[in-house]
Design a protein around this ligand. Sequence first.
Ligand code: HEM
Length: 506
Amino acid sequence: MDFSAVNIVAAIAILVMLATLTTVMQQILFKNPNEPPIVFHWLPVIGSTVTYGIDPFKFFFNCQKKYGDVYTFILLGRKMTVYLGSKGNQFILNGKLKDVNAEEIYSVLTTPVFGKDVIYDVPNAKFMEQKKFIKFGFTADALRAHVPLMEEEIRSFLKRSPHLKGEKGTVQIAKIMAQITIFTASRTLQGKEVRQQLDTTFADLYKALDDGFQPINFMLPWFPLPANRKRNIAQRKMRQIYSDIINARRAKGGEKDSEDMIWNLMGSVYKDGTPVPDHEIAHMMIGLLMAGQHSSSVTSSWIMLHLAVNPEIMEELYEEQLQVLGSNLTPLTHENIQKLPLVTNVIRETLRLHPPIHSIMRKVKNPLPIEGTSWIVPPSHVLLAAPATMGKSDDFFPNAAVWDPHRWGNIADPAEQEKEKMDYGYGLVSTGADSTYLPFGAGRHRCIGEQFAYVQLTIIVIMVVREFRLKSVGGKKEVVATDYSSMFSRPMEPAFVEWERRADAP
Ligand code: HEM
């Protein structure tokens, strides 16, 4: 290193030391008694970004011990106010529309992926109408029609996948589950034309769009990532695919011939009488594709990983199927798949321990006093709800760290817990006021894909259980750690599972 380089390094070191000193002094000397406590940090801007990013739940619990349920931490220069517990969920997820805002946070990330004029790119009242249209596409009739198609898709996938040839083997489970999820969703919700194109162009476009869904875009949307350029091109092509499908359907007379979401949106009309424009249909379809894909595929991956370390539960699931569906395992229907309580409990328990979304954020729009304290959260802050911390706490779920689907045999149905309901413009939904279990969120922005996700996950579990026995590699008793580095928490890769084809399968 020459002399000038030494000088530069020394200057940087001095600047960092000064910044650190100022940050620490500020926290010690200028505590604001009217705002929630700030999580101690050494560096400005960086704040707690690294500790939060590595393991948000560990971070939430550690801070809860030090500061209580409400505290503020620095995430890439932004002040994030966390409010844990039922009161926090109520405060954030059911905050008034004039006080808390989702689109100002999520739009930078989602609008370039989904496209204009939908979801977080429109005023909330319009989005609530769009949610109503989408919800209408998840009627019992639609779900009923989806069941045999999903069964067929999964059966065909399990037969043709090169990773599942022969009598036994080892697979990277997340890859298999991602494929099963996109095949089943595209055959049903997305429609047969999308399914047909999945084997060709669509899969590559999906990948390019997905790669543009980077957490860094939350904070630094202007950062010129090469992935963002590819994302923009893929978005335009994807929109064209949906527009072509809509036009082809109209050219054939526009008579609905299947229960998919494109048909549903083609028939939807806003309150003012305007039919949903084609580009909005295309963009909502992209939004649904992205919203459903990760959450469901990550959940099914966790389920398989847990079944691999709990083979006795897998056998119980198999026995349950034989009892309910008979020894020849009759074709699946919307009615008979709901008679398998252990499958439902396996999904519930997996979502309790592995919620795909760990942090739900809202921008503060007005100063918000926190009841019972002298604190007021100012509009410069972002609120962060983490309802999943309750699911991971021994206070609410004994031995919370243990994956035990049978615990739900003794715990009231979560739907029962969610008694308080409100209509935000897309039908009655739970406010989640007192619930300790909210994997699908609560209030105005609550998930509308829950029923679809349950049908999809249920059929995936049924089909895998009847075809295979799973084992963990080397007989490990624990599942892999969680990777929190992307938008949705997921199993740390590589996550292998050993499989063996059932000799006794009917
Ligand atoms: C296991 C599966 C799933 C989980 C755990 C899940 C979880 C969630 C959560 C926690 C929210 C609330 C986000 C917030 O308040 O900011 C949400 C919203 C939403 N989800 Fe899901 N989801 C799942 C599957 C799906 C599927 C399959 C679809 C669509 C096909 C979907 C579509 C949506 C939509 C449209 C919203 C509304 C966003 C808003 O109003 O801001 N989700 N989901």
